[in-house]
Ligand binder design. Structure first.
Ligand SMILES: [Zn+2]
Length: 465
């Protein structure tokens, strides 16, 4: 019988020669996944007009983690979720927990949500919980606690799963996202606009074993995850795309990262079969990206996170709010009542918000920017334009929205000045953070200049080394 020692001494050189890669050329990568579908009926997130709790599921909702470790031991953990939002308290708690348990710093953690409108409501803040009936309050609180525990578990599991891997970047395109802001005589309305800006890039991070077997794909797309608005739990097009990829590649984990899709919708929409079709289109785009020559990413990573302070326009007076509280529009009335309560209990309405901006550099080959809020497409188009080198020799640029704190729509200066839903009209529907109205037109510059500041910090850090 061949001894274990002989087997190991036989296999080890074989492993190194078949992979053909020395340890210093490889990353260490781990992946993990957990379902977060509520066990029973729960109120759902995304549409203010829902009138009853969920009624079953189409498929499960997941949180997933991808943990990377570079050759010098620097780590980065990406967490993705089939959920409406990343409320700041969830991110802050997870940030503390992973620092204590795993020694991760805040910049080494990125959390993104798919923004499916067929997931459970996530209520964690005072204003999101205010006035809920006791039963709904209890269900929301228990779910938030369960989610928090599960997020910590996926991060821990992904770190434990760590094994040598190759990481590369590729991309393709997918066309079902369309701009949803159409000018009309009464302002911009939510309607497909074939002339509006779009970002059809599908960036893909591919993870292979040293021998070249696919282990995971993390892919992005800039489009609201809103084909559906029914009463079943469902990951919508992003959920189907991940499901199709995992079915086609058994053992592979597929993670979806939502881009700057604040003003983009999937069209056509409203039926389950369309959600499946869009999911298929996106999974096909990822398959196509996997067929291209992927750009190898040597095992080097640096990340930085910082706060961009954005200002709100002048708040309404108490008299105006009292008037609005008598409005015949239910949503306007409720918003005014909540703001009056905020004024009474806190003494003032919000004037500023500090939102997290994150930059992750994969050596000099790929820069991933994670923006907060429901960022509109102008951000990804602008940043890709400003950060890419025209001849393709510079770093590829991947811009994610809906990351680390989804507190409001984040319009560009253009969208803000045009007005409409994403410009500030949606503020009355925001539950997690109570906000009275639009940001000032400086919002875009505050966020973009923070991105550039963080990149400069990372570049100077690398050149010092
Ligand atoms: Zn949205």
């Amino acid at each position: 019988m061949i001894s274990l020692f002989r087997l190991l001494t036989f296999c080890l050189p074989l492993f190194l020669t078949t992979s053909g890669m020395a340890e210093r050329e490889l990353w260490k990568v781990g992946v993990s996944s957990e379902t977060v579908t509520p066990n029973g009926p729960m109120w759902m997130a995304g549409y203010a007009g829902r009138t009853r709790p969920s009624e079953g599921k189409t498929h499960d909702l997941f949180v997933k983690a991808l943990a990377l470790q570079s050759a010098d031991g620097t780590r980065m953990v990406f967490v993705t979720s089939d959920l409406i939002s990343v409320p700041r308290p969830i991110r802050d708690t997870l940030e503390k927990q992973v620092a204590e348990k795993f020694g991760l710093s805040p910049d080494e953690l990125m959390i993104n949500c798919s923004h499916t409108h067929c997931g459970p409501e996530i209520r964690t803040t005072r204003w999101a919980l205010d006035g809920l009936p006791p039963e709904r309050l209890q269900a929301a609180t228990e779910y938030a606690e369960f989610l928090q525990r599960t997020l910590l578990k996926v991060v821990g599991d992904a770190l434990v799963d760590s094994s040598p891997a190759k990481v590369s970047y590729c991309r393709a395109r997918c066309g079902f996202a369309m701009n949803r802001r159409t000018p009309s005589p009464t302002g911009f309305r939510n309607f497909p606009n074939p002339d509006g800006p779009v970002d059809h890039d599908v960036p893909v991070l591919r993870i292979d074993t040293p021998e070249g077997k696919l282990r995971a794909v993390m892919f992005g797309y800039a489009c609201h995850n809103t084909t559906l608005g029914f009463y079943k739990f469902c990951g919508d097009y992003a959920g189907f795309a991940q499901q199709y990829l995992e079915n086609a590649h058994p053992g592979v984990t597929a993670l979806f990262v939502l881009g700057c899709g604040g003003d983009q919708n999937p069209y056509p929409r409203r039926t389950l079969s369309l959600a499946r079709q869009h999911g298929r289109s996106l999974s096909n785009a990822v398959e196509t990206a996997l067929e291209t020559d992927a750009k190898p990413l040597p095992p080097a990573i640096k990340s930085a996170i910082g706060m961009a302070t954005v200002d709100y326009q002048r708040p309404p007076s108490r008299d105006t709010l009292l008037q609005l509280a008598r409005s015949t529009n239910k949503y306007e009335r409720i918003h005014a009542e909540r703001l009056l309560k905020q004024l009474d209990t806190e003494g003032h309405l919000r004037q500023q918000y500090d939102c997290p901006v994150q930059v992750i550099r994969f050596g000099t080959n790929l820069t991933l920017i994670a923006l907060p809020g429901e960022t509109v497409v102008d951000y990804s188009l602008r940043l890709k334009n400003e950060l890419s080198i025209g001849d393709g020799s510079g770093p590829s640029v991947w811009v994610a929205g809906y990351s680390n704190d989804v507190f409001a729509y984040v319009p560009s200066r253009r969208v803000l000045l045009e007005g409409g839903y994403e410009a500030g009209g949606a503020m009355r529907y925001m539950t997690t953070v109570l906000q009275h109205g639009p940001f000032t037109p400086t919002v875009e510059e505050r966020i973009v200049s923070k991105v550039h500041e963080l990149i400069r910090k990372l570049v100077s850090k690398s050149s010092v080394r």
